[in-house]
Design a protein around this ligand. Structure first.
Ligand SMILES: Nc1ncnc2c1ncn2[C@@H]1O[C@H](COP(=O)(O)OP(=O)(O)OP(=O)(O)O)[C@@H](O)[C@H]1O
Ligand SMILES: O=C(O)[C@H](O)COP(=O)(O)O
Length: 399
């Protein structure tokens, strides 16, 4: 097992990796449950008198969610009820100076670690440990704490590099999510098991589908991923809204695998029977997938699909959710995501909802977290844990 905060010596200078990757709307970073959860870890460390420098990422280069962490520092300050200083630099002169001035009980947020090219480089953990980022920052601290459970599946420098050269501990979020999600993996279900798969990241979900073949009876597809499956099934769908680029690259990469999955899983994969879009008046409109004739950017599954998915949920003993069925952040296109989540909440089935964005729908639409067995703040990491795949961050902490 890994070491936890219970094992930390007193008065340490700590480098703490959190995952505050958040939705960004019109340049504004949206507060979400990740902040509140990580704030608990940071409060515990600061209250204990440790000096805390925080490392985190936001978005990916090339995406419009790829922004600096200045707003994250403000949001964290509100949650912590103490100032979180921010330095617009990750391991250069400015950040080293700020780290130098960091006292016990203080919290400093370094700049988006994905602004350092080495972070995302495709390298082994050994090579990551030799990067300038890791070599420089590791020399400034006594120990490294990884609380970023939701990034635990990414073999990036800040996740797998530091634990090779520093004393490493799991933060509270890492510890509790790991325990909860491993417990799920060990359960056995007598009845039917359904998995709701949506959102934007096809490669994550396809990996899952291949691994849970023996456990899951029905896959309920939606979101961008659902449209990719519909396209593979012969429907003329999968067109981006202006300014987004979800479909073409993923289609080129995944077309063949999606076709194979459709062939081999047959009826176990349920695809949307209707979809919703914004009409000329700006209202929600729906169309059956059979009737789609012109290029349309769809933003939700339709009401016929929700009805079908609700009845699958009602017949299931366990339901796992990863990814939203539509752009639920816009009330007009929340019906799919909210409809299915409410159907789950109405039953007493064992249920797990994951996905940093998706789980936010629970809060946004006034649902009660207690109606679900577990709500994870992780997306890809949660799904991998669920399917028994090991997480590189956990392996690194266990070394
Ligand atoms: N048809 C669609 N068009 C555009 N975006 C969509 C569509 N359907 C769902 N989404 C978006 O998918 C997002 C959720 O999926 P995503 O795969 O990003 O994340 P997640 O599973 O919640 O979390 P994580 O990022 O933690 O893996 C939502 O923000 C929603 O707006
Ligand atoms: O939000 C997440 O799922 C994590 O922060 C990982 O982000 P990524 O999918 O961009 O690597």
């Amino acid at each position: 097992m890994f070491k936890t905060l219970d094992d930390l010596p007193d008065s340490q200078r700590l480098l703490v990796r959190i995952d505050a990757n958040s939705p960004v709307e019109d340049g504004e970073v949206r507060n979400n449950r990740r902040f509140a959860r990580h704030a608990e870890t940071l409060r515990e460390l600061a209250d204990a008198g440790h000096a805390v420098a925080v490392l985190a990422h936001q978005g990916r280069p090339g995406r419009d969610t790829f922004v600096s962490l200045e707003q994250h520092a403000e949001i964290l300050s509100e949650h912590l009820d103490r100032e979180v200083r921010y330095v617009p630099d990750t391991y250069g002169e400015a950040s080293l100076e700020a780290i130098d001035g960091l006292g016990g009980g203080e919290v400093l947020l370094l700049e988006n670690v994905r602004m350092v090219d080495e972070e995302l480089a495709d390298r082994t953990p050994e090579a990551h440990a030799e990067s300038a980022l890791v070599e420089t920052l590791s020399g400034e601290f006594d120990a490294y704490v990884n609380d970023a459970y939701s990034t635990a599946h990414r073999g990036h420098a800040s996740i797998v590099g530091f634990p090779r050269v520093m004393d490493a501990y799991a933060g509270r979020v890492m510890e509790t999510e790991y325990e909860a999600n491993s417990a799920i993996q060990q359960r056995e279900f007598d009845g039917r098991v359904a998995m709701v798969l949506g959102g934007t990241k096809a490669d994550d979900l396809i990996g899952v589908m291949e691994r849970v073949e023996d456990t899951v009876d029905t896959f309920l597809m939606g979101g961008i991923v659902g449209e990719l499956f519909l396209r593979a099934a012969g429907y003329d769908v999968g067109y981006d809204v202006e300014g987004t680029d979800f479909f073409d690259e993923q289609w080129a990469e995944q077309e063949e695998t999606i076709r194979e999955l459709l062939d081999s899983y047959g009826d176990r994969i349920r695809l949307p029977v209707d979809l919703a879009y914004e009409d000329e008046a700006g209202d929600r409109a729906e169309i059956a997938v059979e009737g789609v004739e012109k290029e349309t950017s769809f933003l939700d599954v339709g009401s016929g699909t929700v009805e079908e998915y609700e009845s699958v949920v009602a017949d299931s003993e366990a339901v796992f959710v990863k990814g939203a069925l539509g752009v639920f952040e816009d009330e007009r296109f929340a019906d799919g995501t909210v409809g299915v989540l409410e159907a789950i909440a109405r039953t007493d089935c064992f249920s797990v909802v994951g996905g940093g964005d998706t789980s936010r729908a629970i809060e946004l639409y006034g649902m009660d977290e207690d109606d679900f067995s577990h709500v994870s703040i992780a997306g890809g990491a949660y799904v991998r844990a669920l399917t028994g795949e090991s997480l590189v961050a956990i392996e690194a902490l266990k070394r």
